[in-house]
Design a protein. Structure first.
Length: 246
């Protein structure tokens, strides 16, 4: 990990911030993308800069604007002179019922979870190939066992799973592409899962009978970057066994 330059989309908070902290602690230089979480991004920047100067940069962009994605990659590479890893973590997540979903919902959920990872990977490919780097996509266990009332999100993450494997084929042999599928790690911020009974039901469906931690995802991302040179085209579920026990 030492000296690698890593772009993390949606890296300012939650799981993205946990990934940034762990990779930074291992010696990586980070380009942290955010859309609207400027305050959280500044806190993370100050925290990591105090630990190691000139090791982190912040880049703001709305990933739904596809025309901005090549510019985002260019900014990342210009800042530290190379790009070794792209982590597609940024994600929209909200319910979409069949009779109520809209084209705007589709554009938001598919745009952030599927379209942006594709075109970021496209723009990053020459730089990643030069470094024999890798891509890590944050997928979801509900790609194969859909979460009720989240139809478009399920479809978008299902597309990301397929995209991960397709990119592994297209970007080989220089670039490895893998995914991590979280289970119950952090509850959504919108209050949709605020009900304690609903939370306990989800926890009970895991084999380990507990929630995971953001660092569980970060550790797996670190493994795929630094310790898995012969792994590509794979999706690792980090879910306490929930995906085989639903």
């Amino acid at each position: 990990m030492q000296g690698k330059v890593i772009l993390v989309t949606g890296g300012a908070k939650r799981v993205g911030a946990a990934i940034c902290r762990r990779l930074h602690a291992q010696g990586a230089r980070l380009v942290v993308h955010y859309r609207s979480s400027l305050d959280e991004a500044k806190v993370l920047y100050d925290e990591l800069t105090q630990k190691r100067s000139d090791s982190i940069a912040l880049v703001q962009a709305d990933l739904l604007d596809t025309e901005l994605l090549p510019e985002l990659i260019e900014k990342a590479t210009n800042r530290f002179g190379q790009l070794d890893v792209l982590i597609n973590n940024a994600s929209s997540f909200f319910p979409t019922l069949l009779q109520q979903c809209t084209l705007e919902d589709w554009d938001d959920l598919v745009g952030s979870n599927l379209r942006a990872p594709l075109f970021l990977s496209q723009a990053a490919a020459p730089y990643l190939k030069a470094q024999r780097g890798c891509v890590v996509n944050i997928v979801d266990i509900h790609t194969e066992r859909p979460l009720k009332n989240y139809m478009i999100y399920n479809a978008a993450k299902g597309g990301l799973l397929s995209l991960t494997k397709s990119l592994a084929v297209e970007m080989a042999p220089e670039v490895r592409v893998n995914g991590v599928s979280p289970g119950p790690i952090l509850w959504p911020e919108d209050g949709e899962w605020a009900d304690e009974a609903a939370r306990q039901h989800i926890i009970a469906s895991t084999l380990l009978k507990r929630c995971g931690e953001p660092d569980d995802i970060a550790k797996t991302v670190q493994f795929l970057i630094a310790d898995a040179p012969y792994i590509t085209g794979q999706i690792i579920a980090v879910d306490g066994g929930r995906s085989i026990h639903l």
